[in-house]
Design a protein around this ligand. Structure first.
Ligand SMILES: [Mn+2]
Length: 252
């Protein structure tokens, strides 16, 4: 029996998303470092629900000079898994190229886009959340194209520098089109939310992406279901904490 389980202090599950870590924003790296230190002793599991990075151009950069700025993050996550913390990752729209190599380095597990988990007796559906924004047709089309294996294959065959440039172009384009889109279009579609909860047969839906941290009640077949939205990181941590006594708090 490990020391951790015999002392039974590891009894919390954490959920984070939308940190948008970017080497050009050192304060976010510091925030992440401090967060890892904070959860190190009591975390049983950490779920990262996408957009850990502002952009991720492929796992091969880990061993290249261009990937060097990311090594502290990988090291910190590794230090958690080495301590027995289970790490799970769902790709976001910024870091959907995170794959097996990255997971191997951090000692984590990549989950599919939508995953039902059992957490202290609760059935919970977790996802990044972008697939719920079905009103944003332009985005959904772009998402489909970026997820085609042939598109990814062509992209990954480019040099890291070229890939960085391309990623920058896409981000600028997205920024411009986001300005023209209404707040409504960029939020989740209520029917898509209800459909997900129903088909998953879950009591909770946890996601990020919209940067609108909140807890929503949704009435489905006369039963109250919960949609918990994780927040993005700016000046502070934003996370959901769930303990073995089945209490949860959304901190943002
Ligand atoms: Mn996102």
């Amino acid at each position: 029996m490990s020391k951790a389980s015999s002392t039974n202090t590891k009894n919390k599950t954490y959920f984070i998303s939308d940190l948008h870590l970017d080497p050009s924003q050192p304060h976010l790296f510091k925030l992440f470092h401090d967060f890892v230190e904070k959860i190190r002793e009591d975390a049983e599991t950490l779920y990262i629900l996408g957009d850990l990075f502002e952009f991720w151009i492929g796992d091969d950069i880990i061993d290249l000079p261009i990937g060097k700025p990311y090594l502290p993050i990988i090291k910190q996550l590794r230090s958690l898994s080495d301590k027995g913390v289970k790490l799970y990752f769902i790709q976001g729209n910024r870091d959907f190229l995170i794959g097996k190599k990255f997971m191997k380095r951090i000692g984590g597990t990549l989950l599919p886009d939508h995953q039902v988990i059992d957490l202290y007796g609760n059935k919970i559906l977790i996802m990044h959340g972008d697939t719920l924004c079905t009103d944003d047709k332009g985005y959904q089309l772009m998402r489909k194209i970026f997820r085609l294996w042939i598109v990814q294959k062509i992209y990954l065959s480019m040099s890291p520098l070229k890939r960085s440039q391309k990623a920058g172009q896409v981000r600028n384009k997205t920024k411009q089109s986001t300005k023209q889109k209404s707040e409504m279009i960029m939020d989740v579609n209520q029917l898509a939310v209800e459909k997900s909860i129903k088909s998953g047969g879950v009591s909770f839906l946890i996601h990020g992406h919209t940067h609108r941290p909140a807890e929503h009640d949704i009435l489905i077949n006369n039963e109250v279901k919960k949609r918990i939205v994780l927040g993005d990181w700016g000046e502070e941590w934003s996370y959901l904490e769930w303990n073995a006594e089945d209490k949860y708090t959304l901190n943002f």
